[in-house]
Design a protein around this ligand. Structure first.
Ligand code: SAM
Length: 285
């Protein structure tokens, strides 16, 4: 017999996924963790009633939060991931041979242990890579105390409810800025603007106060329903967001990475914002 899971993220709209088999359902110290099998998406991970990742469409989200900043920057060696306990982001970053170290800061150790056991299709062997360092901590405390400098920081957080809420605050973004090496990039998970517009507007307001260049880019991820989702972008290098197509093509070819969503044209197009999103964040489209 199959059950249905209704996502509880939005007040007036819900994503509904069929669970052919519930593989896990338990509470950690931080959140309720559910894993089930869906015929279309494969294994689906939910935390506190919100879809985090699925075997079927994770590649879109993970490719766009990694290859866009890494290939735009061109010299990323040190990466910091905040959240990301499922390991999908880590696995994607590590595909870049030029990356020397990746620090992943996750608040909930059970998500990592669980993902190694159940989500091998998503994290692969990323947690065993010698370039990986895992820190169990609240991301906001880590960046506030951190003296290291990173070329790229990726916020791979839950939505701004529960433990993820602090990762959308001025304290967090300001501390991220001081953890970036000169010309470094911060990219963030910023939800679906049609449904979570205030979240994106709030993030961009703070990023603009702290960085010479701040905007967002888009990708459509089926299980983050309600329109394209937005990724925040912030850097003091104003040229990075406009890296020319031929440069992206050369870097993408040199990186020798097989991608299923990312390509240099999609990269450039992702920064073109529809009018309602440009208006939301207060820029001209
Ligand atoms: N792709 C996902 C999405 O957009 O829904 C995010 C996936 S990843 C599983 C999110 C992770 O962020 C979770 O494992 C959660 O435990 C972690 N997290 C939430 N708040 C955090 C915080 N304050 N510091 C570090 N990690 C946090």
């Amino acid at each position: 017999m199959s059950d249905w899971f209704d996502e509880t993220l939005h007040e007036d709209m819900a994503l509904r996924l069929k669970a052919d088999r519930v593989l896990y359902d338990s509470k950690t110290a931080h959140q309720r963790m559910v894993l089930f099998q869906n015929a279309l998406f494969g294994r689906v991970l939910m935390l506190d009633g919100v879809v985090q990742t699925t075997e079927g469409d994770e590649f879109i989200y993970h490719e766009m939060l990694t290859h866009v900043p890494i290939l735009a920057h061109g010299r990323v060696r040190r990466v910091l991931i905040i959240g990301g306990g499922d390991g999908g982001m880590l696995e994607e970053v590590l595909k870049h041979a030029a990356v020397e170290s990746v620090t992943l800061v996750e608040i909930d150790p059970q998500v990592i242990a669980f993902s190694k056991q159940y989500l091998g299709k998503i994290c692969g062997k990323a947690f065993d890579d010698e370039r990986t360092r895992v820190v169990i901590a609240d991301g906001v405390d880590y960046v506030a105390a951190c003296e290291d400098r990173y070329d790229l920081i990726i916020t791979d957080s839950t939505d701004p409810i529960g433990p993820g809420e602090v990762l959308f605050t001025k304290r967090y973004y300001t501390a991220c800025k001081s953890c970036l090496a000169p010309g470094g990039v911060l990219v963030t998970q910023n939800g679906v603007p049609f449904l979570q517009g205030e979240e994106l507007r709030g993030t961009l307001r703070i990023l603009r106060q702290n960085f010479a260049d701040a905007s967002c880019y888009l990708a459509t991820v089926p299980t983050y329903a309600g329109g394209p989702m937005a990724f925040g972008w912030a850097s003091d290098d104003t040229a990075l967001r406009r890296t020319p197509l031929d440069v992206l093509e050369t870097r993408h070819a040199a990186a020798e990475i097989a991608t299923r969503y990312y390509n240099p044209r999609v990269h450039q197009g992702a920064f073109a914002l529809p009018g309602y999103i440009a208006e939301l964040i207060g820029i001209s489209a």
